[in-house]
Structures are given as C-alpha cells and as structure tokens.
Ligand binder design. Structure first.
Ligand code: HEC
Ligand code: HEC
Ligand code: HEC
Length: 429
C-alpha cells in the first residue's frame, strides 16, 4: 500500500451500477434545464482523512482509491490499471470507462486538482461535460477535501498510459449529455457529509465511508423511476445486474438482524464468515476494496450499519401452497441433476472447490441470487474453479431457486416464478 504503483484488479463482472439512472432523463429534459454547474460550498471537512495511519499523501491516496473502488471500473479485463476501457452495459447501450492515468493526451494528465475534484464529486468535466451517474459521483460527492487531495496526488504519481477509450455510443436519445442537466437538478444532492454529533466518532466514520467513498448505497438502495435512490429506503436492498444486493439494515426478517458487528467485519475483511461469502458484483467490492482497508475502518462501517433504523423490505410474493410444493419438488430433482456434483446434495459445498449455498444469507435474501449465478455463471477467483452458466429453461431455474431457498436457507415459502427468471435474463442481456 505504500507504493504508488497500482495492483492489477481481477477481470470484472461488474457492468452497471447506475446506468439505469439515465432512465427517462429524456422525459425530464423537455423542461429545458440549461447546464448549470452546482456551486459546492467549501466548508471545513468534518471527517479526518482516510488512511491517516499512512505517512505520505500518495499512500493515503492509494488507500482512498481502494475504499472507493476506482480501479475495478477504470480497468479493462486484463488491462492496465486505471487506463480505462472497461465496457459497461447499460439499458441504453454500451459505454466504456475513460483512462484516468496522468497521460496528457488520453488521460487526465493536464487536469488541475479542482478539475479532478469537480469530476469526482460533481460529475462535471470540461469535456465531455456532464458525466453519467454510472460514474458514482452521486456518492463521492460526500468525500472530504483531504481525501480528494490525497487521491489526486496518487493519481498524478502513477505512470501515464497512452490509451484511448473505445469509441462507443449510447443509443439515442441517451447519448445526449445535455439531458443530464435536468436529471441533476432534480436528483443530484451534492450536500456534504455531516457528522452527527449524537453518534460516536466510530459510527460517524463508518457513515462517512459507507455513504461516501465506499458508495455502498449505489447498489444496495432501490431507485425511483428516474434512477435516483429512494431516501426512505436507504440501504434496504435493490437489484443490480440481475443479482439482489440485500437489505443491509438490521431488520430481523429481511435484513441483517441476525448479523453481529463482528459478522459484518469478518465479511467485509474477506475472511470466511458464518453467513456465506460474497459473489457476483459484491465479490469485487470485497476483493478489490474492503479487504484492503484497516480493521478500524471496517469495524466503523459495521458499527454504522448495525445501528441503522431497521427497514422491512420483502422480496417477492409467496406462491400459493400447491404451486409452491410442486415447484419445490421439481426443483429437488433438477438440483440433484445440475448442482449437487459441486454443491453436494445438502448444499454444504466442498471446501476449496465450491462454496456452501445452504445457510447462505444472500441466497436466502432473494431468489435473484440463485437465478443470476445460474444464468451467468461465476468466474473463477482465487484459485477456485468457475461456476458454469446453465442452459436451463425459466421454469427449471425458478424451481431450483425455490428448492435451494426452501430446503437449504430457511425460506418458508417459495417466491420464484418463470416470469422472474425471464426478467433477470432480460437485465443480463
Ligand atoms: C461504477 C464504475 C465507476 C467507479 C467505481 C468509478 N468510476 Fe470514474 N468513471 C466511470 C465511467 C463510466 C466514467 C465515464 C462517464 C461518462 O462518460 O459520462 C467515469 C469518468 C471518470 C472521470 C472523468 C474522466 C474523463 O476523461 O472525462 C474521472 C476523473 C473519474 N471517473 C475518476 C474516478 C475516480 C477517481 C474514482 C474513484 C474515486 C472513480 N472514477 C470510480 C466509472 C466509474
Ligand atoms: C457493485 C454493487 C455493490 C456494491 C458497491 C456493494 N455491494 Fe454489497 N452486495 C452486492 C450484491 C449483488 C450482493 C449479493 C451477493 C453476495 O452476497 O455477494 C451483496 C451482498 C452484501 C452483503 C451480504 C448480505 C447478505 O444478506 O448476505 C453485505 C454485508 C454487503 N453486501 C455489504 C456491502 C457494503 C458494506 C458495501 C459498501 C462497502 C457494499 N456491500 C457495496 C452488491 C454491491
Ligand atoms: C462445476 C461445479 C458447479 C456446479 C455444477 C454448480 N456450481 Fe454453483 N458455484 C460453483 C463455484 C465454484 C461457485 C463460486 C464461484 C465464485 O464465486 O467465483 C459457485 C457459486 C454459487 C452460488 C453463489 C454462492 C457463493 O458464495 O459464491 C450459487 C447461489 C450457486 N453456485 C448455485 C448453484 C446452482 C443452483 C447450481 C445448479 C444449477 C450450481 N450452483 C451448480 C460451482 C458449481
């Protein structure tokens, strides 16, 4: 962590965080908002800088970049870290992440600290102008000046790489950046992070990390029809790339009510936890991001999540009894044929080969978390084998999801339907 040379992130599966956020901007744009940069109040940062334990600015910046997961999005599979080119699928077409190494021609070499801060915290650049919220400035807007300074020092100290981003265009009308101005007016809240004096320093630290650099809510908070996060459902669970990013509030039934602060810490640190490990989009968050953070920062995030107001958020209506029993019964057979060789008949998995999917909290949280892995497969990581994608019909996949959740994960009713599988298939393209 003390060297400015970035490590190479693993090839990524993450495609879309807030591509959906552009949804319906065309509709809002008729209001004719003109581009108007938001004036950010430059108040004193209420939080101490991240990575305070590190002795120089560049190392602190590398730490901030880890917390903020900048590399995974700005690196193509097997590409040079931060040189961009990751192709991100959005419902409106493909976009490629730009090169953010300090190359003067193709990267951000000529950028001042303020231009950099404006891009990261406000989502505005000289060219091309308004950034799509696929770049998670909607959370980074809470980052402190000190963290931005360190991040800038780190970025500028990195070896420049000359590499143009692939020239991809979103479909019309979503390729009209001017339309983003309307969206920003209505939905971009660029208020700074404010520590709550009623809470401990640790909880405030966790709040800063979760809401700001670590941008947990970009995936874990449901969005309205315009792709903006619903404030009343903060961290209460949402679908992302076909997977279900579960409810992180401590609701006893639909959230993390059974997780201790220690469980959360263990999970984020990347060690084996008692509630199942991360997979899909969350795998990169842990492998590239949180597992590199200090114990005190991870414990702070756990403490913050633990004291949130519980929000109930059910996932899917229960099928009627006869339909549920029939589906679970078919699922038992299909599971034995397709899945048991790796995950064993009872779902306990095989150590160092295939993970347990029984007693796996995120699998219990929503049928999406069986459906999406089965449809897409999961890439090999850390020497583990890959999970193949399955060419099964929608009914069989729904049956397997119902069986796995009912028989192995304490989910009393069955909720998955062929329509739900078709919908996930659609999101995954
Ligand atoms: C979820 C993916 C994602 C993450 C995480 C992310 N970015 Fe981005 N970033 C993008 C995309 C996509 C764009 C291009 C958006 C556009 O063209 O509208 C972008 C644009 C930028 C730009 C503007 C570059 C230019 O040439 O216009 C900068 C600077 C930048 N990101 C820096 C960062 C930094 C620093 C971090 C970490 C704090 C970060 N990004 C994290 C996806 C991401
Ligand atoms: C790129 C999207 C994304 C981001 C960003 C993200 N998560 Fe997740 N998270 C997911 C998905 C999808 C799952 C479900 C799959 C799994 O369990 O790995 C998940 C699962 C989890 C779980 C397990 C929950 C359960 O019920 O088993 C925890 C805890 C968690 N995330 C915490 C966090 C925290 C804390 C952050 C911020 C540091 C964060 N996540 C950021 C997508 C994301
Ligand atoms: C060839 C072995 C293999 C088969 C067959 C297989 N899986 Fe997997 N599965 C894996 C591996 C390996 C992982 C972990 C992959 C990763 O996260 O990189 C995994 C992960 C999962 C996960 C996410 C849990 C986690 O912690 O990673 C779910 C859910 C899952 N499998 C369900 C199924 C279902 C349902 C079937 C049958 C349709 C199935 N698997 C068939 C090997 C297999």
């Amino acid at each position: 962590m003390s060297s400015p040379t970035p490590s190479s992130p693993s090839p990524l599966r993450r495609k879309l965080i807030t591509g959906v956020a552009v949804l319906a901007i065309a509709g809002i744009a008729v209001a004719g908002y003109m581009f108007s940069p938001i004036n950010r109040q430059l108040a004193e940062t209420p939080m101490p800088a991240l990575g305070q334990h590190l002795d120089d600015e560049i190392a602190r910046g590398a730490y901030v970049a880890r917390a903020a997961d900048c590399a995974p999005c700005h690196t193509a599979p097997d590409g040079i870290p931060y040189a961009g080119g990751l192709v991100i699928n959005t419902p409106f077409g493909k976009m490629a992440s730009p090169n953010i190494t300090p190359d003067p021609e193709t990267g951000i070499g000529g950028w001042s600290r303020d231009a950099f801060a404006r891009a990261v915290r406000e989502g505005v650049t000289a060219h091309p102008g308004n950034l799509y919220p696929t770049m998670t400035f909607t959370s980074y807007t809470k980052m402190s000046d000190a963290d931005i300074d360190a991040l800038y020092a780190y970025m500028m100290a990195m070896p420049p790489v000359t590499q143009e981003a692939p020239d991809l265009e979103l479909d019309f009308p979503f390729n009209q950046r001017l339309l983003l101005s309307g969206w920003r007016k209505l939905f971009f809240d660029n208020s700074e992070f404010e520590a709550d004096p009623a809470l401990s320093d640790e909880v405030n630290r966790g709040a800063y990390l979760v809401q700001g650099p670590a941008h947990c809510s970009e995936c874990h908070t449901p969005r309205n029809a315009f792709g903006a996060q619903k404030a009343s459902m903060m961290l209460a669970g949402a679908q992302i790339d076909g997977f279900w990013a579960p409810n992180l509030t401590p609701d006893a039934e639909t959230g993390l009510g059974k997780w201790s602060e220690d469980d959360l810490y263990t999970y984020l640190s990347g060690k084996d936890g008692v509630h199942g490990g991360p997979f899909g989009p969350m795998y990169d968050v842990v492998a590239e991001g949180t597992s590199h953070l200090t114990e005190s920062d991870l414990r702070a995030m756990a403490a913050y999540l633990h004291q949130l107001e519980p929000i109930r958020h059910a996932t899917g209506a229960a099928l009627d009894h006869a339909d549920a029993s029939a589906s679970i019964e078919r699922g038992r057979v299909a599971y034995r044929v397709n899945c048991s060789a790796c995950h064993r008949l009872n779902g306990e998995g095989v150590p160092n080969f295939a993970p347990a999917i029984a007693g796996h909290h995120a699998v219990g949280a929503s049928a999406d978390n069986v459906i999406a892995p089965v449809l897409t497969g999961l890439s090999d990581k850390d020497g583990r084998i890959a999970m193949p994608a399955f060419l099964l019909d929608d009914t069989s996949i729904a049956d397997i999801a119902n069986y796995v959740r009912n028989a192995m994960n304490d989910t009393e009713s069955a909720t998955a339907t062929p329509e739900q599988v078709a919908a996930v298939r659609e999101t995954l393209h």
